[in-house]
Design a protein around this ligand. Structure first.
Ligand code: TNX
Length: 514
């Protein structure tokens, strides 16, 4: 009886908050389902984030969320273990699911009502994705530093069920043409995480620079890392820095795919070690932007020792399942030499327990169902890969290249694959783009950012915003639930969020910015 009276008092004392509509919030990527119930959850100071007691992985998510909320609101948000739904006003993270509608291992369910917020998922990874959705349900100023202090933050009530369409949802950053340090890479990772992407492919070597320390071949970074396009100072990641990137990414459920591009795109290595060249002479370092002029000497045994050492040292630093061997634009390597080289390198990579990814040209080598071709230019190559049983990552340069200019007025970027306005970036379906490449062949999608013209974080932001959220949505949301006309409205509503975060974005006239 006492309890009932208390409950009644509580109800009658409850403040009235304006109704909400969860379904009208501009979530990117678009979730599988959103049911609004129009109540309001109020987050106040001293709220706690609870997690299943004993679940250490989940505790990490709770700490991540508490830190995020604390930073945004200034509240003192505590993390607590619990075995039941906590009292009102709190947030609960759990991996015990009472709902079989969510069979997908990377999925989550987010429930908000006026009493609590609950994120449940089969795995902590799903909880992390639920947290990213929760974050987007707060008003844009949530993302702003040094804002006015508020006593209450409102969230719209309802239930979201959500899971990804493709397992591989990536972006690539070229740190070779221009070098970007750990802080910039971490920021890039933050942007991927915000949109539930799970792969960061790092293009770690090219003609213009070698960017990762290899202890057994120290001149690669000492000499080969000492410049970049335009003649700037270049740079490289020490092993510890690379480990720091891997760890930062992994806390956000992002796998690093390291790429060492070979046998072409290797001038920086060739300049560092004369024995890798057929004529035994080291060329000068290169700071221009041409491609296709360099090749490792595929007939020399020392070249395979070099590859073995490099793959070994990098694989030891990268816990992910893949090693990207490049293989593109080897215009200075004879076809037969190229095929034999890729075949041997493939065996080396496998001997370190990694699976091979290569640009679509590697389909000419003896690849099979364990290998992955990254489609960027030639449909024929990708189809050959599919015929050999390989899986495909879709990175069509006409749609997915974030280094392409938006239009003729874009100062940064290149245009060899055509201009890529925000709608061209979004309006394609990986599973129907190329006849013969079907849904079942596709591992996922990746949007590369090549950096011939990109020098700073501001440059990076301008090219990836606002295209990146679109690639994230292509990877996450089934194409039957996607259309540009509906998406552009949600994208337009990101304006305040981009501005709150200080992101330098391209204000495309195709998007109804609000
Ligand atoms: C082609 S895409 C390349 C890169 C360039 C890029 C510029 C690919 C596999 N190779 O070497 O940076 O174009 O858009």
């Amino acid at each position: 009886l006492i309890l009932n009276v208390l409950l009644m008092l509580n109800v009658s004392c409850e403040k009235k908050y304006p109704p909400t509509d969860m379904a009208r919030h501009a979530l990117i990527p678009k979730p599988v389902s959103v049911e609004a119930t129009h109540e309001t959850f109020v987050l106040k100071d001293k709220a706690s984030v609870f997690y299943d007691s004993g679940n250490e992985a989940l505790k990490k998510e709770a700490e991540y969320l508490a830190a995020l909320l604390g930073k945004a609101t200034g509240f003192d948000i505590k993390v607590k273990a619990s075995s039941a739904l906590p009292s009102r006003g709190n947030i609960f993270l759990t991996t015990s699911m009472d709902d079989d509608s969510l069979e997908h291992e990377d999925g989550y369910k987010l429930e908000i009502d006026r009493r609590y917020v609950k994120i449940s998922a089969p795995q902590p990874k799903g909880v992390f994705y639920g947290i990213q959705t929760l974050r987007q349900l707060f008003p844009a100023e949530f993302e702003k530093e040094n804002k006015d202090v508020k006593e209450e933050w409102f969230l719209p009530a309802g239930t979201i069920h959500d899971w990804p369409e493709y397992p591989y949802r990536g972006a690539m950053l070229d740190v070779s043409r221009h070098f970007f340090g750990v802080e910039t890479v971490k920021r890039f990772i933050d942007y991927l995480a915000m949109y539930k992407m799970n792969i960061l492919h790092l293009h770690l070597s090219d003609d213009q620079g070698w960017r990762i320390e290899i202890e057994s071949w120290p001149n690669l970074t000492k000499h080969g890392g000492s410049t970049e396009v335009g003649g700037g100072p270049g740079g490289f990641f020490t092993k510890d820095e690379f480990r720091e990137i891997v760890a930062y990414a992994s806390e956000r459920y992002i796998t690093i795919v390291p790429e060492i591009d070979m046998p072409g795109h290797t001038n920086a290595a060739l300049a560092s070690y004369p024995e890798l060249n057929c004529d035994g002479k080291a060329p000068e370092l290169y700071t221009g932007t041409r491609v296709g002029f360099s090749t490792l000497c595929t007939h020399k045994e020392i070249v395979y020792q070099f590859v073995d050492d490099v793959v070994s040292e990098i694989s030891e630093l990268s816990p992910g399942p893949w090693f990207h061997i490049g293989g593109d634009e080897s215009h200075s390597t004879k076809h037969d030499d190229y095929v034999r080289f890729v075949n041997r390198v493939r065996k080396i990579v496998k001997s370190y327990g990694k699976k091979i990814i290569g640009w679509d040209e590697i389909a000419h080598a003896d690849i099979d169902s364990e290998d992955v071709v990254q489609f960027w230019a030639r449909e024929k190559n990708a189809l050959l890969g599919v015929k050999k049983g390989a899986k495909v990552i879709m990175s069509p340069s006409k749609h997915a290249y974030m280094d392409m200019k938006y239009d003729s007025t874009t100062v940064l970027g290149l245009k060899w694959a055509g201009y890529t306005e925000v709608d061209d970036g979004y309006s394609w379906d990986p599973a129907t783009l190329v006849e013969g490449i079907e849904r079942s062949h596709i591992l996922g999608i990746e949007a590369p950012l090549w950096s011939e013209t990109i020098e700073t974080l501001e440059d990076i932001e301008y090219m990836i915003f606002p295209r990146l959220p679109g690639y994230a949505e292509i990877g996450w949301t089934s194409s039957k639930h996607r259309s540009w006309d509906e998406y552009k409205i949600r994208l337009g509503k990101q304006k305040q969020r981009f501005e709150a975060m200080g992101i330098n974005y391209y204000p495309s006239s195709l998007v109804p910015w609000q």
